[in-house]
Design a protein around this ligand. Sequence first.
Ligand code: CAA
Length: 260
Amino acid sequence: MTEFTQISVSIEAVAEVTINRPKQLNALNSQTLTELDQALDLIENSNEVRVVIIRGSGEKAFVAGADIKEMKDKGAIEATEFSRLGNAVFQRIATLRQPVIAAVNGFALGGGCELALACDIRYASENAVFGQPEVGLGIPPGFGGTQRLARLVGPGYAKELILTARNIKSDEALRIGLVNKVVALEDLDKEVKSVADRIAKQAPIAVESSKALINQGLDLPLEHALELEALSFGSHFATEDQKNGMEAFVNKEKPTFNRK
Ligand code: CAA
């Protein structure tokens, strides 16, 4: 386990990143974002990590947003830099080669909702609350909310949520497709670990390629995206993992994958 001042990270097949400012409901200041970036370096450089879980510490919050106390006296240039920092770190999560799962155990507001949106899969506890309250603070969302929320739930719901600053509970988040699954708070860790373990057992190169293909294809015309898929599909036939996976199927055995 590597402990930064506001983030901890364990480097294993299922890596766990915990935002650790429970008294401030895990609000993200510049230091938290910089440490999150450093945690991503450790994950990216590890051969061991197959999947990442991001969670907030404490009972109450995933992340209650960007740190309003740090932000409030910023000028326009500093605030632009802060937004760029958040966007850069969250984009790293969105494009990280390993899949990232958000375990949303409470408030996911503003930058907290945006952090969950940057992850690939979102599981929430029944008490979780999502929202983009920024317009009530005199600002628009600044860590990707105007873009990723609209892409995930469609512009209609995204505009309603962002323009009204209305928080929603996990059942509504599930209904509009903002989260994949809602479970009791006491079951959240177990359920998230179970989906992470399942991903970690699959062929790693194929998992990484599939994440990248879905991400890249969404920004391309379908014809180009399908060709990208065909080229990627073909390239996997030069991997040991493909040979092992298909050989094991034919022999009715369990495959072993070595990310080769
Ligand atoms: N920034 C800084 N501190 C925060 C915070 C935030 N986003 N959210 C909570 N805190 C702090 C509180 O100030 C309080 O600290 P003190 O004990 O030092 O006063 C502590 O966390 C506990 O919070 P509350 O006493 O407010 O707890 P509560 O249970 O009464 O309310 C809450 C919980 C509804 C989540 C409330 O804290 C809240 O509304 N927080 C702010 C949510 C918000 O507006 N988030 C968006 C921020 S802007 C943003 O994120 C911009 C962007 O897109 C980049």
